[in-house]
Design a binder for this molecule. Structure first.
Ligand SMILES: Cc1cc2nc3c(=O)[nH]c(=O)nc-3n(C[C@H](O)[C@H](O)[C@H](O)COP(=O)(O)O)c2cc1C
Length: 326
């Protein structure tokens, strides 16, 4: 496929974050259809193989075939990879280049033990001398947009500014800063002052990420940190319509409206999964993953959540969605 040329990322852009196990093609399709107000979405990461190479079919299946056939979707999506100096990075990057991928994002933030044991993800922030040639090798072999997503450090933040400078020097075109260290995992609060520091010293746009749960947080992050755009993860999983609400200023939905939106979301999501031929077991598993935070703000949120998570069948799960209290 011929490579798309991408428009610059506008100030104030809203990104739906990559979330492994969530943001697959069916989920992204649902989001794009119901909430096109998200400026950008991201794929789950593709792990660069430590030996051999993936057939093209595997790469296309992982990212989603529509990403390779529908330019409108392609132009809104960051394709994420996760690698380490032990992996066959250049081979995979060249393969993605040949497949016409327009936007490659490098995951330098994953905190999982497995990933860090293989010296990838956030582990790379421990040793910037290893990170630099790895970033360079991607830049040199990829002619599309190349961006990086980092945390503010591994155990501590002493190397933070150096990591931003390194990414600038090695040719990253945009940097997403998840304002927690690896040791912080996903615990609140995200330290937005680091996003502000990055925005001050970086020569390329900085996207802020961490603890955006409401439309007011988007506005506050842009104002307090001077970042170029905002990326939302768990807040977007909880309220996939967040970008829509943000674009309509001063819109604060009632519980009844939220219940209706949850129903609308799940009807669409289920239809998308079923149209893709996902098994009933798969539909149930994915629906549970996606529902994790959605009912938290209801009066009996923990009970509703428990009911959903303990569902034994698709019909049991969806009956509860249809009868959410309004
Ligand atoms: C279930 C889950 C899966 C995630 N998977 C990825 C991933 O594949 N790539 C990535 O860069 N970040 C991943 N993250 C991190 C988020 O993109 C984001 O940086 C982090 O959750 C902080 O944002 P938040 O406070 O808005 O949730 C994941 C987070 C969650 C909760």
């Amino acid at each position: 496929m011929e490579r798309l040329s991408l428009d610059p990322v506008e100030p104030g852009a809203l990104f739906f974050a990559p979330m492994e196990g969530i943001t697959d093609e069916a989920y992204r399709k649902t989001i794009l259809k119901l909430y096109p107000e998200w400026d950008y979405l991201a794929t789950d990461f593709l792990r660069v193989p430590a030996a051999g190479h993936y057939p093209n079919k595997h790469v296309v299946r992982h990212f989603g075939k529509e990403l390779f056939s529908i330019p409108r979707i392609q132009s809104k999506t960051m394709f994420q990879i996760l690698t380490s100096h032990r992996s066959f990075t250049v081979d995979l990057v060249k393969q993605l280049e040949d497949l016409g991928v327009p936007w490659l994002d490098m995951n330098i933030g994953c905190p999982s033990n497995t990933v860090c044991k293989s010296q990838g993800g956030s582990y790379l922030l421990r040793d910037l001398r290893t990170l630099a040639p790895l970033v360079r090798s991607i830049r040199q072999n990829f002619s599309g947009r190349f961006t990086c997503k980092i945390r503010i450090g591994y155990h501590d933040t002493s190397g933070f500014e150096d990591s931003i400078r390194l990414l600038n020097d090695e040719g990253a075109e945009l940097i997403t800063v998840h304002a927690r260290t690896r040791d912080d995992m996903y615990k609140a609060p995200a330290k937005w002052s680091f996003i502000a520091r990055a925005a001050r010293i970086s020569q390329v746009p900085v996207i802020g990420n961490g603890d955006v749960w409401a439309t007011t947080d988007v506005k506050r992050m842009l104002e307090e940190t001077g970042c170029h755009g905002v990326m939302v993860a768990r807040g977007a999983l909880k309220a996939p319509w967040l970008a829509q609400d943000y674009r309509k200023e001063n819109f604060y939905p009632t519980h009844a409206e939220t219940a209706d939106r949850i129903r609308e979301f799940f009807r669409e999501y289920r239809a998308t999964l079923e149209a893709e031929g996902v098994s009933a077991r798969g539909v149930l598993k994915q629906s549970k993953s996606v529902a994790r935070f959605m009912v938290d703000d209801f009066e009996n949120g923990p009970l509703l959540r428990r009911g959903l998570m303990l569902s034994q069948s698709v019909s049991e799960f969806y009956a509860q969605i249809e009868t959410l209290p309004s």
